[in-house]
Design a protein around this ligand. Structure first.
Ligand code: SDX
Length: 436
């Protein structure tokens, strides 16, 4: 049962200079010293809106799922530190934790995995959707299309007011994302789609569907399975980021879960968000060699140059992104165990060193984020760059669903409808064409 924020004894008093208007606003307190000024009555009581275009100081909801302390580089999934989960847990167990709020017993986890594995196949007619795309379509374009199309196939799990249907839709989405993703990859290289196997776990199934071919046995490499599992775990949720906020807003209109997740995939695609992992590798290729780093760091600092160091900076983390730490260690492990000496890793480590010594990055608190190293690991695993954000979407589907469920079950939930500050023309009369 999720608790809600407590009303603190203290309040905030808003006074309007030059008038006798005063407004007392309650302060709400969450966990870990999280607090907010409750401005829900601001417009009704004063006619003023709060203006915060990037929502840098605005909370959209109460949530018990993920906690981030950007100044201290802390990330908790349902209270558990991400570093501990990365070390001791796995993607399926962490998915259960995010969705249900507690770590599963052995039996609970087995039952959860069993239910997921039984939904990994997709309707045969969905395969036809892929034929409509060009072979060189970006796989994220395909994912936005086919995930939204799931709502045309699963009419028995569209009623968001029915808890059972919400549950089935959740299992279907988590289970089918890897299948649809692997199909997008196979389609792009002209190889036949590979069906999921019920004797494999979600991560093994994904790698099998990505790399197996009908003509020979595919042997799973446990190093790649563990690395992929950790990448999915680290990307599973991240409180109210752009794509999660998109899913919540779509869900607030009571749209069906497949449509909501498709909206999250679309938002994630942007290079300022989930598309950054693909952009990091393109940037490293563009930099090419360590000798060019200083030139590119100068470009990133130049206000007149749109170039930014992809994989650096974060809206919330003004300290190291704890996921980047784990990702960097995993990167070294994977490359060492595969015996790969990737110059891109060397370049990335040197870029990180130079950037973190630069006053501009220090002053603006720009550190590597989760996307900085993930692309190098995925490339080492043989995953094409265009699939990097698709893998991010596969992982984040768990967080999107957990957040969507939390919103739907919130009794105070209402349709999201931000206000605006109008700066357009005053009311004016229509001018007939012959007078223009
Ligand atoms: C993800 O929100 C989440 O939780 C997202 C995510 C998740 O798990 O869901 O963590 C995943 O999206 C990680 C971020 C991936 N994006 C990138 O790596 C793209 C590069 N980073 C930037 O685009 C930027 O840092 C953002 C978008 C991530 C954050 O932007 P903010 O918080 O809006 O900060 P800002 O753009 O206002 O930048 C503050 C200053 C600016 O300089 P000034 O205008 O103050 O002079 O820092 C500069 C920026 O120009 N800056 C950078 C920079 N990022 C910010 N300068 C050079 N290179 C960069 N990468």
């Amino acid at each position: 049962m999720s608790t809600s924020a407590k009303q603190a004894q203290r309040t905030v008093t808003l006074t309007f200079n030059g008038t006798d208007k005063i407004l007392e606003l309650p302060i709400l307190e969450g966990t870990n010293g999280n607090q907010g000024i409750d401005i829900r009555q601001l417009f009704d009581k004063t006619g003023y809106i709060a203006f915060d275009p990037g929502f840098t100081s605005t909370g959209s909801c109460e949530s018990a799922i993920t906690y981030i302390d950007g100044d201290r580089g802390i990330l908790l999934y349902r209270g558990y530190p991400i570093e501990q989960l990365a070390l001791h847990s796995d993607f399926m167990e962490t998915s259960y934790l995010l969705l249900r709020g507690h770590l599963p017993s052995r039996d609970e986890k087995q039952a959860f995995e069993q239910r997921i594995v039984r939904h990994t196949m997709v309707h045969e007619q969905l395969r036809g959707f892929y034929q409509g795309f060009r072979r060189d379509a970006h796989p994220m374009a395909i994912m936005v299309g086919v995930v939204g199309a799931l709502s045309a196939f699963y009419h028995d799990s569209l009623d968001i007011n029915d808890p059972e249907q919400r549950d089935i839709a959740s299992y279907r989405l988590i289970a089918k994302m890897p299948t649809l993703a692997a199909m997008a990859y196979k389609y792009s290289i002209g190889q036949p789609f590979i069906y999921p196997k019920n004797n494999l776990g979600l991560v093994e199934n994904f790698l099998h569907m990505m790399f197996a071919v009908p003509c020979e046995e595919y042997i799973l490499n446990p190093v790649l399975v563990k690395a992929m599992d950790r990448i999915l775990l680290l990307h599973a949720d991240h409180e109210q980021n752009a794509s999660t906020s998109t899913v919540r807003l779509a869900g607030s209109s009571r749209a069906n879960p497949f449509a909501c997740i498709a909206s999250g995939i679309a938002a994630l695609w942007g290079p300022a968000h989930g598309g950054a992992n693909e952009a990091v590798l393109s940037m490293l290729v563009q930099i090419g060699h360590k000798s060019n780093i200083k030139e590119y760091v100068a470009k990133a600092k130049d206000k007149n140059d749109p170039f930014r160091l992809m994989g650096f900076g974060h809206r919330v983390y003004k300290n190291y992104d704890p996921r980047a730490n784990v990702m960097r260690d995993t990167c070294h492990e994977v490359l060492a165990s595969l015996g790969i000496d990737d110059p891109m890793l060397e370049l990335a480590v040197e870029l990180e060193r130079i950037a973190l010594e630069d006053p501009y990055f220090i002053e603006k608190k720009l550190y590597p984020n989760v996307d900085f190293y993930s692309g190098i690991i995925l490339r080492a695993m043989g995953i094409p760059t265009s699939m990097f954000t698709v893998i991010f979407a596969m992982a984040r589907t768990v967080g999107w669903i957990a957040q969507w469920m939390e919103m739907i079950q919130d009794p105070s939930q209402k349709i999201g409808r931000p206000r605006q500050l109008y700066i357009g023309p005053e009311a004016r009369d229509y001018v007939s064409k012959d007078l223009r």
